[in-house]
Write a protein that binds this ligand. Structure first.
Ligand SMILES: Nc1ncnc2c1ncn2[C@@H]1O[C@H](COP(=O)(O)OP(=O)(O)O)[C@@H](O)[C@H]1O
Ligand SMILES: [Mg+2]
Length: 279
């Protein structure tokens, strides 16, 4: 059984003529680190909203086809039940933070599930360590920085132990140093917990070295989905209007001039070894 499965799914928001999601067929497995990329308006956020049933249950519109999360149809399962399988950190996590302090924020979801107090304490301790937020545990959400809010949002999802964590542009409001920290942290958690992490992200230079798979979207459709090297070396990636990493652009240009005939590197380390293969 697939973790996430879209079967010829279409969705149009109420009042719009165009489909925000068109002919979506997608299957995802466990233990993968996945990048979701595409121009603004290509449907990334809408695709994410399907993964816990917000589309079609919360957003009004018209849909065709279906989506299954661990075999559960998203029209027949409550959003709260789906949220135990797929945890989503939406853009602007400060809107998601509602409790008096960080500890209560993280405990909130578990309290709602009726987990005993002692067990909650244990689980909080674990995620607080993983996300390295020990020093801010007593602070109010408005007293902490954007990067810390992002970590708290991740901790409050992680504590529920979902099989999938999805993050919609998690580094949009962070400086490059914090962005790198958050992405590296997510990669570490993904590997340790063998969960699947899906990230919609514009900073290609930071995220590409970390990912296993890439999904590319354009005009509401998935135009590519596969392992990183395959997608990066495709014409579809080359032609997509997104910010490519500098390393990609250089090696792609060398490839076109027939001076390089291997897979295009995306990390600085791989680029250094690839330099030796330039003709
Ligand atoms: N809540 C909404 N109501 C109406 N239209 C929406 C809503 N959210 C997104 N859309 C439209 O759906 C399309 C896809 O948008 P979105 O999924 O946000 O793409 P992305 O995240 O890639 O920028 C766009 O045309 C956008 O205007
Ligand atoms: Mg979006």
């Amino acid at each position: 059984m697939s973790l996430i499965k879209f079967n010829n799914f279409h969705f149009r928001y109420k009042g719009n003529d165009e489909y925000a999601l068109n002919k979506i067929n997608l299957e995802m497995e466990s233990n993968r680190f996945v990048l979701l990329a595409g121009e603004t308006g290509s449907g990334k956020t809408s695709l994410i909203r399907c993964m816990n049933g917000l589309i079609p249950q919360f957003y009004a519109g018209y849909y065709k086809g279906d989506v299954e999360i661990s075999g559960k149809n998203t029209t027949e399962t409550t959003i709260s039940e789906l949220s135990t399988e797929v945890g989503i950190v939406f853009q602007n996590p400060e809107n998601q933070l509602i409790a008096m302090n960080v500890e209560h924020e993280i405990a909130f979801g578990l309290e709602n599930l009726g987990i005993p107090r002692e067990k909650i304490k244990e689980k909080i301790k674990e995620v607080v360590e993983i996300t390295e937020i020990e020093s801010i545990i007593d602070k109010a959400p408005f007293e902490i920085s954007g990067g810390e809010q992002q970590r708290v949002a991740i901790a409050s999802i992680l504590v529920l132990e979902p099989r999938v964590i999805v993050l919609d542009e998690p580094t949009a409001n962070l400086d490059p140093l914090f962005a790198r920290k958050i992405l590296t942290l997510l990669k570490k958690i993904q590997v340790e917990k063998k969960m699947t992490v899906i990230i919609s992200e514009h900073r290609m230079d930071l995220i590409l070295p970390l990912v296993d798979d890439i999904i590319l979207m354009k005009d509401g459709e998935i135009i590519a989905h596969g392992v990183k090297d395959e997608v990066i070396n495709s014409n579809t990636f080359e032609n997509l209007n997104i910010n490519k990493p500098k390393i990609y652009s250089i090696f792609n240009e060398l490839k076109k001039r027939n001076q390089f005939e291997h897979d295009i590197p995306v990390s600085i380390q791989d680029a250094i070894s690839s330099l030796k293969m330039i003709k």
